[in-house]
Design a protein around this ligand. Structure first.
Ligand SMILES: Nc1nc2c(ncn2[C@@H]2O[C@H](COP(=O)(O)OP(=O)(O)O)[C@@H](O)[C@H]2O)c(=O)[nH]1
Ligand SMILES: [Mg+2]
Length: 333
């Protein structure tokens, strides 16, 4: 640490069977604290407990196995002071950063996880390494928002970014060192837990979106049935027009529900702009709905179920991805 900086080291150990806490206690000095937890396990709660224990202004979170080299502590700290940042992330993926000793598979898993986080969580989109475990945070930000945090799994930084509303987040590069002893905890269980964690952080938005899409399909069918019995002209002679109207009504219905429910806190910019883009994003679904309506009506060689199926397989992801990253892409504050 730079000489003038007042610091402490807090080690949070969950009663490791190898006796880590006992070894650490032997090293105790005034600036070292060892927290031994016997009833709780898990990296994320350990990180939060360590941060909240400290009365200092900033906390730097780092792995205990030196894969996060201590030599970068100074650059994290300096950046926080210079930029007045609430969070400074040690990034492996920005210029100057890197990873030593990872297999291709491990790299791909990490990148895939990052992509998923960026699709579902707008607060992490501008960052190069939101999955980092090496970061600085203002301790007050975490203690003030402790109730909103649901620390599970390994990715506590995502939780802090999404729930603590940091005003300024910046990154500095670092090189992640290879693991020397033992085995990584990363396995299929960790990956599934991660996916559930990100979905939860997103407020289960993809499921809400799918539910609205399903409701929209029923609206479409409902309008067609309405025409059949109440305005038969639009069903018999002018079916193409009738079907187009039914599709437009279902698009408007979906848009309205997304505006007021699915993406309620993300109505950023002009409504007309969002509405126009939503029509574009619905194009694939709309075309397949149109084909299936026509094939039901005229009994064409097109199987209406097949048309609907294609609509769901291609149309839904297109509709959803454009909505997430193009239409309701920002929280409006
Ligand atoms: N207190 C606590 N620390 C943990 C727990 N699981 C992992 N850690 C720490 O988290 C850091 C990262 O874990 P590690 O297995 O090295 O992950 P990897 O480097 O990404 O494979 C290490 O320093 C561990 O000591 C836990 O359940 N409790
Ligand atoms: Mg490690």
């Amino acid at each position: 640490m730079p000489k003038h900086v007042d610091y402490e080291i807090i080690l949070v150990d969950d009663n490791s069977p190898d006796g880590t806490w006992r070894k650490a206690v032997e090293l105790l000095t005034e600036s070292i604290t060892v927290i031994r937890r016997v009833n709780l396990k898990g990296l994320s709660t350990a990180v939060i407990d360590g941060i909240i224990f400290s009365l200092k202004e900033y906390a730097i979170v780092m792995d205990a196995d030196l894969q996060h080299p201590p030599k970068y502590i100074e650059s994290l700290f300096r950046k926080a002071v210079e930029e007045g940042a609430d969070v400074v992330i040690g990034s492996r993926y920005m210029k100057g950063g890197g990873i030593e000793g990872w297999s291709k598979t491990r790299f791909l898993i990490s990148k895939g996880a990052e992509l998923i986080a960026k699709l579902f969580l707008p607060s992490v989109r501008g960052l190069t390494d939101p999955m980092s475990g090496f970061f600085l945070v203002k301790t007050k930000l975490v203690s003030d928002n402790r109730k909103r945090l649901n620390p599970q799994g390994f990715k506590i930084l995502l939780e802090i970014l999404e729930h603590c509303n940091p005003r300024k987040v910046v990154e500095v590069p670092y090189i992640f060192k290879p693991r020397i002893f033992g085995k990584s905890k990363l396995g299929s269980k960790t990956i599934v837990a991660y996916l559930i964690h990100v979905l939860k952080l997103s407020g289960w938005r993809p499921f809400k979106f799918a539910a609205v899409g399903l409701a929209g399909t029923f609206v479409n069918l409902g309008v067609l049935l309405f025409f059949k019995y109440v305005a038969p002209l639009l069903y018999d002679k002018l079916f193409i027009l009738g079907s187009a109207i039914a599709i437009e009504i279902s698009i408007l219905f979906n848009f309205f529900i997304h505006e007021t429910w699915t993406f309620r806190e993300r109505r950023f910019g002009a409504l007309t702009h969002r509405l126009l883009l939503f029509h574009v994003s619905s194009a694939v679904s709309a075309i397949t709905q149109y084909i299936s309506a026509i094939s039901i009506k005229y009994g064409l060689s097109w199987n209406p179920l097949l048309a609907q199926f294609i609509g769901i397989i291609i149309g839904f992801p297109a509709n959803y991805i454009i909505s997430e990253i193009g239409i309701w892409k920002k929280k409006c504050v």
